[in-house]
Design a protein around this ligand. Sequence first.
Ligand code: ADP
Ligand code: ZN
Length: 526
Amino acid sequence: MNPSDILKKYFGYDSFRNGQEEIIKSILSGKDALAIMPTGAGKSLCYQVPALLLSGITLVISPLISLMQDQVKSLNEAGIHAAFINSSLTEAQITKALNLAAKGTYKIIYVAPERLESNRFMDFALNSEISMVTVDEAHCISQWGQDFRPSYLKIIEFINHLPVRPVVSAFTATATKEVKTDIECILKLNRPNVVVTGFDRENLYYSVEHAAGRRKDAFVIDYIEKHPGESGIIYCTTRKNVDSLYEMLFKRGIPVTSYHAGIDNNTRKKNQDDFIYDRAQVVVATNAFGMGIDKSNVRFVIHYNMPQSMENYYQEAGRAGRDGENSQCILLFSAQDVIIDKFLLDNKNFEEMDTEDIELIKQRDSYRLQVMEGYCKTTSCLRNYILEYFGEKTFSPCDNCGNCHRDYTEADMTAEAKWVINCIAETRGRYGRNIVTGTLVGASRARLREIGADTYRSYGVLSDISEKDIQILIDQMLRKGYIVQTNGEYPVLQMGDISALKQEDTRVLIRKFGDKEIPFSGSRKK
Ligand code: ADP
Ligand code: ZN
């Protein structure tokens, strides 16, 4: 049989999606693989299909117990011999599973990374033919990733112990350069075939609405009532927000349910099913909701609060429109959200980690938050902002997002950009954006006099522009890399690569929106 036959016979699909066949073929040719594909793109098939064609067993290392169980269940239903071994099993069940595995009963075995260190498991692995080791959610190996798991670092030791080195394949939806490099190096992938498929989800319409407090509630109610019968998820940062928003929507007579880790297991499962089987139109949830949920007709995802990272946002918003139909991803932003997110990060639980690691992770968390805040504040194309963050090249604005559809005029701020550069040179890269904007508009603030900014040549040169517009200009310059902002508690602005700015034909354009109120339910493109 060839891969297409397997696809049809066991999974019932007629054709491969973008990237799948390439990965499968390269695995079958014995090459290591690293696949970076967005959530929902169909990563699982990329290792399940070759697993059935390779002679021995495929071990799939996965961090999520519930995901393992779901996958094994659907594989078994498709007539494929698969099993999982994790902490949800009793010792007796593990013994039984390992005995069956040793007899060659299973083609695919899912394991949690911790299991690789157990003697019994190692014993089984040493005496079996392991054709492939697949590392799912491979970003967990990187401290740059959103959920670093120290146990992932042990995978390579396990592989090294095996009598014959298996093919190693790694899968993730996180595409940043640092994570990619970490995966390749730490897993010691052997000249892997790296396949990155596009992160663009054309059917998703992204928009950001600036709204605080009651206006958020009004927005949500208005949106749901204008889209009757459309299935949607509303994400909130805290359980408290979930409960109160749920309560409010329920009182309005909206068919709504809720989901967070504080709700007891049975009710939570029932609420989830109510949403999946369309008994409840809307679910209000924390980000605990959605892992491994494959509901195709979600028409909107509203974020009631700003998430802590673009990785999270992309994944959560990406639960809309899996069926390819037009869907909306709306983020309700208020400055308060940033404060709450900072608070949550400051109070993150770092049990059992080195202080050095903690410091590093904190820096990265704060960088991610800055990126997310930038998304909420940018006046440029939102889709391009997301794609650029994930390392994709973009060309023109998408004409299919909230910012592209707002009325705007483009202002040439090349000259002003050069003053920003001059000012940063005068601060010698020691100060943050408020000092820089204050200096440029010539604000009379004690702090500016204290550091002698009022004697700079750039002091007051842009007094005819608002500080807000200079902030927008600074955002744009950061994105272009002309200037950089350090991480940490007091980020400062420093010189970036200004070679492009020195060329005659380089223009720095910023978009200015009219004063009109932003329309509530951004027009959906047909
Ligand atoms: P990921 O792990 O990348 O988030 P999954 O492997 O869970 O994505 O796949 C998402 C959905 O797409 C699943 O319902 C899967 O059955 C479906 N799918 C995967 N490959 C194909 C294909 N070639 N044709 C049709 N549907 C597919
Ligand atoms: Zn756009």
